[in-house]
Design a protein around this ligand. Structure first.
Ligand SMILES: Cc1ncc(COP(=O)(O)O)c(C=O)c1O
Length: 390
């Protein structure tokens, strides 16, 4: 197959690991931008030279500023995004805004959610949550109608992935949110596998909450997750998972119950994770400059290329064929897929393997078509080299 002219490739030199590997794993950990070295050096300089004054001069407001940078990528209004360490914590902050002791105590989710999110909500049974898990029929998609039917007058929360980590299926977020609102429920949309790869317009979705991390498609490294709260809810809700950063006047060091600050600090709790936030910025800047629409167009093209190749070889594809409902990953369960993934890693073709998915290939804006082809050619070579069974 021939390659297309591609100006996104001008960003390749910004990512050192691309010189040494075929990096097909941005659905797990996006490549590190070279500028992170400088960002972390600058962080150390500030700490070393400004000491405690750094809080006032830079660090206190950093979560708000970077929250706004992330928010801008999903069309979130200013100051509606708080930062946390991971998505599981974001779910906990949301859960702590609600009470499961009343009649409206049902949590509806899909078994295609990321497991950490399931574990968290299942554990809320001990506080009175009635948990309803809607199962996939085919291991790829979420049965939208059945999910919508499960969302009823008793439903309090619907935690749902926008893009499924295992198959890259794009959920019908609009329909799910619409149904939830019709019956008075709230949706927590996990945009971890979408933002940075698949467009997210949080206002057009009318999402109540959205959360994700920056370490995959946003190339921001581990340790930073974001939580969007719809502004009209944001001024009303009172998270019980709270702390002094959420106080309207933290430095009053007041005793007794909290008096909540406005969002986004209202949804934070203890001291923020400054080094991780500093490290996240270069990736966000590049993604912003590269442009989310261009990234999506390229992703559709390269994932289609992977699918065409896999189809040609008759390998099982555990991702949607339709690009409109497919995110940035193609999961391919070729024969001996776990062994194939090990051998790809040994050749510095970075992928991963997941049960019920197979080998996940996740090209991003910095990958060439030649890398996509080389990864597929390597699979053929590995499969051809297998001993022939008697
Ligand atoms: C959709 C999705 N949600 C959540 C997570 C991770 O959650 P946490 O940030 O709590 O580790 C992942 C992957 O790591 C994911 O793919």
């Amino acid at each position: 197959m021939s390659s297309m002219p591609d100006d996104l490739l001008t960003y390749r030199p910004e990512f050192p690991i691309l010189e040494r590997t075929n990096y097909m794993i941005s659905n797990s950990l996006g490549a590190m931008p070279r500028a992170v070295y400088d960002a972390l050096h600058a962080y150390a300089d500030v700490w070393a030279s400004r000491g405690v004054r750094a809080w006032q001069e830079r660090w206190w407001m950093l979560a708000l500023e970077v929250g706004n940078e992330i928010g801008a990528l999903m069309n979130a209004p200013k100051d509606s995004v708080s930062l946390h360490q991971n998505v599981t914590t974001c779910q906990a902050v949301v859960a702590s805004c609600f009470d499961f002791s009343g009649k409206r105590n049902k949590v509806v989710y899909s078994d295609m959610n990321f497991p950490s999110v399931m574990y968290f909500w299942e554990a809320q049974r001990q506080y009175g949550a009635q948990v309803c898990m809607v199962k996939t029929d085919d291991g790829i998609t979420v049965p939208t109608e059945r999910l919508l039917d499960a969302i009823d007058d008793h439903t309090l929360i619907v935690p749902i992935s926008h893009v499924i980590f295992r198959s890259s299926y794009i959920n019908d977020a609009k329909a799910i949110i619409e149904k939830a609102h019709k019956v008075g429920a709230h949706v927590v949309l996990d945009t971890f596998q979408s933002l940075g790869s698949v467009p997210v317009d949080i206002q057009s979705f009318h999402a109540d909450f959205a959360c994700g991390g920056v370490l995959k498609w946003l190339c921001g490294g581990p340790g930073v997750a974001y939580l969007y709260v719809r502004p009209d809810l944001g001024t009303k809700l009172e998270p019980k998972l709270t702390g002094w950063f959420a106080h309207e006047n933290s430095f009053e060091f007041a005793t007794g119950p909290i008096r909540y600050a406005d969002p986004p600090f209202r949804f934070m709790n203890g001291t923020t994770h400054i080094p991780a936030i500093e490290a996240a910025r270069p990736g966000l800047k590049i993604i912003r400059e590269a442009g989310l629409e261009k990234i999506r167009d390229k992703s559709k093209r390269q994932t289609a290329r992977l699918i065409a190749f896999a189809d040609q070889h008759g390998w099982r594809i555990n991702s949607p064929h339709d690009p409109e409902i497919r995110g940035g990953t193609v999961s391919i369960d070729m024969p001996d897929s776990q062994q194939v993934s090990r051998e790809l890693l040994a050749r510095d073709i970075l992928v991963d393997w997941r049960p019920k998915a197979g080998v996940r290939f996740a090209p991003h804006f910095y990958n060439t078509d030649a890398e996509v082809d080389a990864a597929m050619a390597a699979v053929v070579e590995i499969l051809n080299a297998r001993p022939v069974s008697a």
